[in-house]
Design a protein around this ligand. Structure first.
Ligand code: SF4
Length: 250
């Protein structure tokens, strides 16, 4: 597994706030937009002046870093323990997450919760969950909104939010759920199919990283035998995560 360098695709955002922010602070956790803006090409343009999870979450509500804000209901920022040892990064919010404004509350989140409980990872105290892209991208099909994969440009535009979440939470381990999250942090050449379940150590984001299936992929698999095998592999990967973060309390 080649080491990811801080190139244009993996450069981390400065931990400082955005002095040229399009927002002004309003109390501890609120910001108000100074000017309306069309898609600027980067979430970085919408950073608050002070960097904290509440300030970032509040600023992200007004993000126009790409066009995905146009059709989605709201920004779905990461949630969880502010100093969680493990951060799970998915692709983007789904239909239910978009409506609720919270990540991993739909069927994928329920599957993730069940497996975390099974392997002894406490989602409330040990976990922060987020996505590579903070708005739901979909295609309308009748009354349904069908998930649509975000483009590389949209993932890159949104990555400053993810980088800021990582900088603030400082997880010991980052688990990338699916190819979009893995490629956002580990480079476009990274293949989950090749490196799934490996504990990766030489990356700038966290001491340990691991990439595995996105729970939604497990739910969608049409073949029962394949689904059973993939779920077992996913459980094994989560056991590995539990063992890694278990080392921290020894
Ligand atoms: S997807 Fe990300 S970059 Fe695009 S508008 Fe939403 S929060 Fe901003």
């Amino acid at each position: 597994m080649p080491r990811t360098t801080r190139t244009a695709t993996t450069r981390r955002t400065s931990h400082r706030g955005n002095e040229g922010s399009l927002f002004k602070p309003q109390g501890d956790d609120e910001v108000v937009p100074l000017q309306a803006s069309k898609n600027t090409g980067s979430a970085r343009d919408f950073f608050p002046q002070r960097i904290s999870l509440p300030q970032l979450r509040a600023a992200a509500k007004y993000c126009r870093g790409c066009d995905l804000y146009c059709n989605a209901t709201q920004t779905v920022f990461g949630e969880g323990a502010a100093r969680a040892p493990v951060m799970f990064v998915g692709e983007q919010p789904g239909d239910q997450e978009d409506r609720a404004g919270k990540p991993f509350v739909g069927p994928s989140g329920q599957l993730l919760d069940a497996v975390l409980e099974e392997v002894g990872i406490d989602r409330k105290h040990d976990v922060f969950v987020t996505n590579a892209v903070k708005h739901f991208k979909f295609e309308p099909r009748g009354k349904r909104r069908v998930h649509s994969k975000p483009s590389a440009r949209e993932v890159a535009a949104c990555r400053p939010w993810l980088e800021a979440e990582i900088d603030v939470v400082k997880p010991k381990m980052i688990v990338c759920l699916g190819a979009t999250a893995a490629q956002s942090l580990l480079g476009s050449a990274f293949r989950v199919t090749k490196h799934r379940g490996e504990v990766i150590e030489d990356q700038p984001w966290a001491p340990w990283m691991l990439a595995t299936y996105h729970p939604s992929a497990l739910l969608r698999m049409p073949d029962e035998a394949m689904k059973e095998r993939a779920r077992a592999e996913f459980r094994d990967d989560m056991k590995k995560v539990a063992r890694q973060i278990g080392q921290l309390s020894r």
